[in-house]
Design a protein around this ligand. Structure first.
Ligand code: NDP
Length: 241
């Protein structure tokens, strides 16, 4: 029987590429999303992967969503915590709401989702958790105090849980992408992108969502059992940590 993989934010952008790559590897994939029904429908129509709508910021909704997926598809073996948002502002202008929304989705979302699968993975003595952090969590980014804090928190969470999961054969790893060509990045002013951001990337281009998906496939695999607590940087040489 094929293993079940849940990808949060799995219907668009990097998450869409991850969902497709895991499906191609033979996993039964459940893609979660927050509210963009049109994108989710187009994704399901194109891939045949079922989409499940709830916010990862809502603890009870995560528990209910995972329960539904396990009833429909079977026990979750792989969780990819990919859902993320930005609410950028220089710190002197950042509102408590911008802070909270980003922390709730990008950091607390990992707690909520991982809590929902952790007990089952411990009981079954197998699990693969992959958390999508960011280069901006590693190096910090002006205008993103909220996002940088959340994404750095994702790495600390990864390292702590890797130690807790190790004896139960649960690996917990993070991937820290650099700038990837998704809507999140295309929302950046084109002039800023072309004149300030891309010139800082040694490979001279944005990354492709599929380049992150391939790293997820490796970390999710049975063969990656000795890799845990790590953060894989995938940023075109922009930053070494
Ligand atoms: P997109 O904005 O393209 O897609 C985000 C996805 O997350 C969508 O499916 C969206 O659902 C979902 N989502 C957002 N909020 C929630 C929520 N509260 N609950 C459930 N799902 C949610 O983002 P990217 O593909 O660019 O980013 C994916 C991840 O990679 C994020 O964690 C991001 O921080 C990280 N990252 C991205 C980089 C980039 O350059 N793009 C660089 C480094 C890290 P819906 O469609 O319903 O809105």
């Amino acid at each position: 029987m094929s293993k079940v993989a849940v990808v949060t934010g799995g219907t668009r952008g990097i998450g869409e590429a991850i969902s497709k790559a895991l499906k191609d590897e033979g996993y039964t994939v459940a893609a979660n999303y927050a509210g963009n029904d049109d994108a989710a429908k187009a994704f399901t129509d194109a891939t045949g992967i079922k989409a499940y709508k709830w916010s990862v910021a809502d603890y009870d909704a995560c528990a209910a969503g995972v329960r539904q997926i396990e009833e429909e598809l079977g026990p979750v073996a792989v969780l990819v915590n990919n859902a993320g948002i930005t609410r950028d502002a220089m710190f002197h202008k950042m509102t408590p709401q911008q802070w909270r929304e980003v922390i709730d989705t990008n950091l607390t979302g990992l707690f909520n989702m991982t809590h929902a699968v952790w007990g089952g993975m411990r009981d079954r003595k197998f699990g693969r958790i992959v958390n999508i952090s960011s280069v901006n969590g590693q190096k910090g980014q002006a205008g993103q105090a909220n996002y940088s804090a959340a994404k750095a928190g994702d790495i600390g969470f990864t390292r702590a849980l890797a130690q807790e999961g190790a004896r139960a054969n649960i690996t917990v790893n993070a991937i820290a992408p650099g700038y990837i060509g998704t809507e999140m990045v295309r929302a950046i002013d084109e002039k800023v992108l072309n004149e300030r951001i891309i010139p800082q990337i040694p490979v001279g281009r944005l990354g492709e969502p599929e380049e992150i998906a391939r790293a997820v496939v490796f970390l999710a695999s049975d063969g990656a059992g000795f890799v845990t607590g790590s953060t894989l940087s995938a940023n075109g040489g922009q930053f070494f940590s």
